[in-house]
Design a protein. Structure first.
Length: 283
């Protein structure tokens, strides 16, 4: 959590009975409590707010952090997107009204919203923002090119034309039994890409001409070249062993006078035995 301009590590415990978060500082052996709304559990609470954002430390560690702001006040950061999603799920439990929604990859989230202040359109925009923050951190894709509400899979179902209307969530769901502590399920489908402004032009004006020049040996091979290198090594090893055996055999023949050379020319050049003319009489 961010405290006095510095990030500090805490162990966290959740007290849902009193809507309190307990932060334990292992270094100073101190406990700090954060009150999220009305401490009386029997009372209704609608103002638990969670906002996501990403941070990249370009000055020191170049690390990427998945951050979020709780109730417009407390800043937290986690090392990866999954931890942020888990904590957001836990914090949403403090709110009396929540939306459980699933994205196109069947990932499940829980959204704490105020039904008296939030319209359906605003709730969907809040979901879009979270999807963009998540995919930008993980894949660099934050431009939303498609976003569909699968109303036929919503529970309870609503009319598909309600998505464009500024209807409060309270007006849509107030007729449900046990409202506002009800189970509401949304399903959406999204598609994101890397924005054009962050793409790199790979088109080359002057393409190199293909020549006959053989490439020189590069000692810094990629992993995919290891197999090629092994094939080359095996081929060279076989040739060298074969030439050595041929030399030993030839020396043995000459040593034991089994080869008589008469007006012949024998040349060993470039590791190859070249015999000119009809060359030998064998005993």
């Amino acid at each position: 959590m961010l405290k006095n301009g510095k990030w500090r590590n805490y162990e966290i415990a959740f007290d849902y009975e009193h809507r309190t978060i307990m932060l334990f500082d292992e270094n100073k052996l101190k406990i700090k409590s954060l009150q999220l709304g009305n401490p009386n559990k029997s009372s209704l609470e609608y103002n638990v707010h969670i906002q996501w954002y990403n941070h990249i430390d370009i000055n020191h560690t170049y690390a990427k952090w998945a951050c979020f702001i709780l109730n417009h006040t407390w800043h937290f950061r986690t090392s990866n997107s999954q931890e942020r999603e888990d904590f957001s799920f836990y914090y949403s439990e403090f709110n009396s009204f929540c939306i459980i929604w699933k994205d196109g990859y069947n990932r499940i989230y829980k959204e704490s919203l105020n039904p008296y202040l939030t319209t359906l359109k605003q709730g969907l925009q809040h979901i879009k923002d979270k999807i963009q923050k998540r995919d930008h951190l993980m894949f660099g894709t934050d431009e939303l090119v498609t976003f569909q509400c699968l109303f036929e899979e919503w529970s309870p179902q609503i009319e598909s034309n309600m998505g464009d209307k500024n209807l409060l969530l309270h007006d849509i769901y107030k007729h449900l039994p046990h409202y506002p502590t009800v189970q509401i399920y949304w399903k959406v489908k999204q598609g994101l890409i890397v924005p054009y402004k962050r793409t790199v032009d790979i088109k080359r004006v002057n393409l190199p001409k293909k020549g006959d020049k053989k490439s020189t040996f590069n000692p810094f091979l990629y992993e995919c070249d290891i197999n090629k290198l092994q094939i080359i090594h095996d081929a060279l090893h076989f040739k060298i062993n074969g030439i050595d055996e041929l030399k030993k055999l030839l020396h043995e023949i000459i040593k034991n006078n089994y080869l008589l050379i008469k007006k012949n020319v024998m040349i060993i050049s470039n590791n190859k035995l070249v015999i000119m003319k009809k060359m030998m009489d064998v005993k």
